[in-house]
Design a protein around this ligand. Structure first.
Ligand SMILES: [Zn+2]
Length: 285
């Protein structure tokens, strides 16, 4: 599943390839989009900007409309030069936006909608900029409040809710809990206010750190991303706990544990010695 940093990088690449240039071609397999394009052609319009909100990619056009695509599990946007060989089969193509220099191809994008500024602001599925950890408008205090409001839920589940903090995916969820010493199955109500502040700060810091490393002007979308939360330069030591079931904790040596969590049964990793359950609740039965 793409996390906030991946979508943010893709948004930046799309922005570099598309922003400020007129659209010369538009194709889609979504009937609602093609019908829309027939009535209000996107060709000739400029792309104003591209931004990422949680798992949503928003492409804003000069005519005032926004193409919102959700990446869900398998969606991705690639950028190609005209004539360049695509990295995915053509039958996965859902949307193509063309300008004189590039093609932006949306593969297996499951959700694509055209929005006005009003419908975008009203749509409760699309995070507002102040909830996205990578947005300059992110408000940490408000995010703490949204976490606190979910008192009865486990912090690991709450961190994945894009309406609470957009941009945190399943890898960062485990890593954020580790660096703050919080057990991912701990109910929010059992956490001290300082811990919740630390969790929100860590979410912002870890996700942002994975974006800042990519500071070049290259337009890249499909290269493998080495996500990193530790300070190790060895790529095999790039994460604290995620994907490390049974391996020794990098801090204390205790074997890292793994368990499915929440209604969506997302895999969660933690160190049973570094991340204590408040009140000694034994979740391992
Ligand atoms: Zn440990």
């Amino acid at each position: 599943m793409p996390e906030g940093d991946t979508i943010f990088r893709t948004a930046r690449s799309l922005s570099r390839a598309l922003a400020g240039k007129p659209i010369t071609g538009f194709h889609s397999v979504f009937p609602t989009l093609t019908r829309f394009h027939d009535e209000t052609p996107l060709t000739g319009q400029l792309v104003d900007s591209v931004d990422a909100r949680g798992k949503w990619m928003l492409i804003h056009f000069s005519g005032g409309l926004t193409l919102a695509t959700h990446m869900l599990m398998n969606g991705s946007w690639h950028i190609y030069r005209p004539g360049e060989r695509w990295q995915k089969p053509r039958f996965y193509m859902r949307i193509v936006l063309e300008n004189a220099n590039y093609l932006a191809v949306g593969f297996k994008v499951p959700v694509a909608e055209m929005h006005t500024a009003q419908s975008l602001a009203r749509d409760r599925r699309i995070p507002q900029p102040d909830t996205d950890v990578l947005s300059a408008q992110f408000d940490a205090e408000e995010a703490v409040g949204r976490v606190v409001a979910r008192a009865g839920e486990a912090i690991g589940d709450v961190l994945l809710d894009q309406k609470v903090v957009a941009g945190v995916g399943n890898v960062f969820k485990s890593e954020i809990c580790f660096v703050t010493g919080v057990h991912p199955f701990a109910p929010v109500a059992s956490l001290a206010p300082a811990q919740i502040h630390a969790i929100v700060a860590a979410a912002q810091k870890l996700v942002a750190a994975n974006v800042l490393e990519d500071s070049g002007n290259l337009i890249v979308t499909y290269r493998g991303l080495q996500r990193r939360t530790t300070h190790a330069s060895d790529p095999r030591e790039s994460l604290w706990v995620y994907g490390r079931h049974g391996e020794p904790c990098r801090r204390c040596g205790e074997p890292v544990r793994r368990r499915l969590q929440g209604a969506d049964a997302r895999v969660t990793f933690w160190c049973p010695r570094c991340q204590l359950m408040p009140g000694d609740v034994d979740v391992d039965g």
